[in-house]
Design a protein around this ligand. Structure first.
Ligand code: C2O
Ligand code: CU
Length: 489
């Protein structure tokens, strides 16, 4: 116990060189002492190094306070080897692709000191987080940070879940160049479902010589159809191997950070249960065979590895057929899932809690209905996209009042899917074409299929200001399918 105290004290102490030797000494002592009796976190049940090929770099927390997480993020061009033997200049946060994983606990204060070393202005948007409007990083609330400039983001993390961050200036180009990172908000009161792995999906377009294709590749066609890269990346890498052990559960937190690509995920021979969506745990675990993740969306899957008589399998991304043309592209391998021959853990995995979480329905009886039509308008040089017939730059903001509950009816009048994202507020899907979803959950991004109508229940809690909403096919957002919402105090 005493050894544990000292260890904790030292871990929390600023690392001056004077302390470094002491820390090394105590770290050794700590590791020898074994986990303290009051440590609730159980050791991993996975094979050694199970996630070593996929683990993302984590942002160090440089504030010793228990409830403050302070990180530095620097956007800068970086040379990385994405294709064997070829260097590609991409844009990164802190030199890694994805940017560093930020980990915090619900209720923590997050402080991000941001420095822009890109040759153009940028901001950071905290996708899915209920931040104050001034911290949202959208062009509606923040002057972009110029090259060489800095900005300090600071807010309290209100909700546990899987989130991500990305620029909100020329977002299609900047996200497409590599600017995105994961942000995990843990809730210590949540049951431990399995050993955790964060997986970020994206893609890039590379030319034959390894350089990144121009952000505006194929001009209007590129915008209209959306740009899918020719190299799919999982945690910034081409397919790597993840190891597992029969009976030792894993919790995968998956984020689709691609500018356009939909991912229809499949893990052959294994059973999956979906346990969380955009905004944390869902009420009941859901058995699923495939999961479609449109840009911006998140999912958490519970994997209880089964024996693999046929050997390792590929975790795959199938064509989600977002154009509804039935000419499917072949599946893309994301990683190899390899169940080792380690015997199952002695203790059987406990059944998943039921319910996983209570989510009360947002009561919208008698609420005002806001019509939000996703539209296409002809324009010189090709169609543009918009909301209610107007591109982002022509449109006037919608309005709502703090405390108000509203039904948003998202009416996709076009022939293609559009993943609809609202900044700053979660919503509940009431129904899609009149059909309620299988279960209630907190969403911030929802795919509205071609010619579909989705009704969303939204409560505007006390965070007034200007917010944005848009199609998260970022090429579509740039083509005009983006609007603003003024939440009045
Ligand atoms: Cu993921 Cu407007 O953003
Ligand atoms: Cu779209």
């Amino acid at each position: 116990m005493a050894a544990h105290l000292e260890c904790t004290l030292l871990r929390n102490h600023g690392m001056s060189t004077r302390w470094l030797l002491f820390s090394i000494f105590f770290a050794l002592a700590c590791s020898r002492a074994g986990p303290p009796p009051d440590e609730t976190e159980e050791a991993s049940l996975q094979p050694e190094g199970w996630d070593a090929e996929l683990k993302m770099a984590e942002a160090p927390d440089n504030d010793p306070a228990q409830t403050v997480v302070a990180v530095n993020l620097e956007a800068r061009p970086t040379q990385l080897e994405l294709r064997p033997g070829v260097q590609t200049e991409v844009w990164t946060y802190n030199g890694t692709l994805p940017g560093p994983l930020i980990r915090a606990k619900v209720g923590d204060r997050l402080k991000v000191h941001f420095v822009n070393h890109l040759p153009e202005p940028t901001t950071i948007h905290w996708h899915g987080l209920r931040v104050p409007a001034a911290m949202d990083g959208s062009e509606a609330m923040q002057a972009p940070v110029p090259p060489g400039g800095t900005f300090d983001y600071e807010f309290t993390l209100l909700d546990a879940g899987t989130y991500w961050y990305h620029p909100h200036v020329r977002s299609s180009a900047q996200v497409g160049a590599g600017l995105y990172g994961a942000l995990i908000v843990e809730d210590p009161a949540e049951p431990k479902l399995g050993d955790e792995l964060v997986l970020m999906l994206s893609d890039v377009s590379l030319e034959d010589d390894g350089t990144l294709s121009p952000a505006n590749q194929n001009g209007w066609f590129g915008d209209y159809f959306g740009r899918e890269g020719n190299l799919v990346l999982l945690n910034g890498k081409p397919p790597r191997t993840l190891r597992a052990r029969v009976g030792a559960p894993q919790r995968w937190r998956i984020i689709n950070a691609a500018r356009t690509r939909f991912h229809k995920l499949k893990l052959p021979g294994q059973s999956w249960r979906r346990v969380a969506g955009d905004g944390g745990l869902i009420p009941q675990a859901q058995a699923v065979d495939t999961v479609t993740l449109t840009p911006g969306e998140r999912v958490e899957l519970y994997v209880l590895p089964q024996p693999q008589p046929g050997g390792p399998v590929a975790f795959q991304s199938l064509d989600a057929d977002r154009f509804h043309i039935n000419a499917l592209q072949p599946p893309v391998d994301l990683m190899t899932f390899s169940v080792t021959d380690l015997p199952p853990p002695e203790k059987e995995a406990p059944p998943l809690p039921s319910p996983l979480r209570d989510i009360p329905a947002t009561d919208v009886t008698g609420a005002r209905v806001e019509l939000v039509k996703l539209t296409e308008q002809s324009a010189p040089g090709g169609a543009v996209m918009g909301i209610n017939g107007k591109t982002h730059h022509e449109s006037d903001p919608l309005h709502a009042k703090v405390g108000e509950r509203v039904i948003w009816e998202i009416d996709n009048t076009t022939s293609y899917d559009h993943p609809f994202h609202l900044h700053g507020f979660f919503f509940q899907v009431i129904d899609v074409n009149g059909k309620p979803p299988a279960l209630r959950e907190w969403k911030d991004t929802v795919n509205v299929g071609a010619k579909q109508k989705a009704r969303l229940a939204i409560e505007f809690d006390n965070r007034p200001g200007m917010w944005m909403f848009h199609c998260h096919i970022l090429d579509h957002a740039e083509l005009g399918m983006m609007g603003m919402l003024m939440v009045m105090p």
